[in-house]
Write a protein that binds this ligand. Structure first.
Ligand code: ADP
Ligand code: NI
Length: 227
């Protein structure tokens, strides 16, 4: 038998997760198809899968996964504070521990790639797991679908043979880029498999990476009318 206080805590966490799911679903209604509730659900599932082999606090990792795109700077004039702030306000409304809230804020602030050419100051096992979970959703068949959906949302070209990928963008240039969607494969998607944090994440990333390589080969073949 668990002591009563422990049972209370376990139920409380489940309830907090339930309420967080409801909050995220509601907040992301009408979001771009690559950053909507279904993206969050996939990242949440990836998180639970990866976390099974990692020494993490699953409650914190779950909240991080569920809230990581609650107000993505890309869709809020580049404001990187809105997401962490919204998450904090929501979790405070549920009386979640301050330590947990601060950790979740740090996950949201530090999860994003943004060109990858800079260093961050915060790290934790929970961040590393959620980051892998989010990165996996940028890869493979889903990753391809999300990239072209985002490109369409931003009215970008699919591909432009005259415009090469820019591999040395700093964070600001990366965020302002209006390059064709195929360039994003080289500027981000194909770099991810070598940046995975966990063994589980890396294995799945390699499979999804191979699928994208095949996809690109077919894409160029069809572009030239050769396939
Ligand atoms: P960031 O790349 O800034 O870390 P995200 O991780 O939120 O941003 O990006 C999530 C997904 O949004 C990417 O994996 C991709 O599918 C899509 N996306 C972001 N930027 C682009 C872009 N320039 N072209 C195509 N898709 C993009
Ligand atoms: Ni995400």
């Amino acid at each position: 038998m668990y002591p009563v206080s422990r049972i209370f805590k376990i139920m409380n966490k489940e309830k907090i997760i339930e309420q967080t799911i409801a909050f995220v679903k509601q907040t992301l209604q009408g979001a771009e198809g690559g950053h909507d509730w279904w993206h969050i659900e996939r990242v949440y599932n990836n998180t639970k899968n990866i976390a099974a082999a990692e020494p993490v606090d699953i409650f914190i990792a779950s909240l991080g996964a569920l809230l990581h795109d609650i107000a993505d700077a890309k869709f809020h004039d580049g404001d990187e504070n809105i997401g962490p702030q919204k998450a904090r306000e929501f979790l405070e409304s549920l009386s979640v521990d301050q330590i947990v809230i601060t950790h979740v804020e740090n996950i949201i602030r530090n999860i994003s790639f943004k060109g990858g050419n800079f260093t961050t100051s915060f790290s934790s096992p929970e961040l590393l797991v959620v980051q892998d979970a989010d990165r996996l959703d940028a890869l493979g068949a889903i990753g391809i679908a999300r990239a072209f959906n985002y490109g369409g949302f931003k009215n970008r070209e699919l591909y432009n043979p005259g415009q090469s990928p820019d591999m040395n963008m700093d964070k600001e240039t990366y965020k302002k880029s209006t390059a064709p969607t195929i360039n994003h494969f080289y500027e981000k998607l194909l770099l991810l498999k070598d940046r995975m944090n966990t063994a589980t994440g890396k294995k799945i990333a390699e499979e999804r990476h191979a699928f994208m390589e095949k996809y690109l080969e077919q894409f160029y073949g069809e572009w030239k009318g050769e396939k």
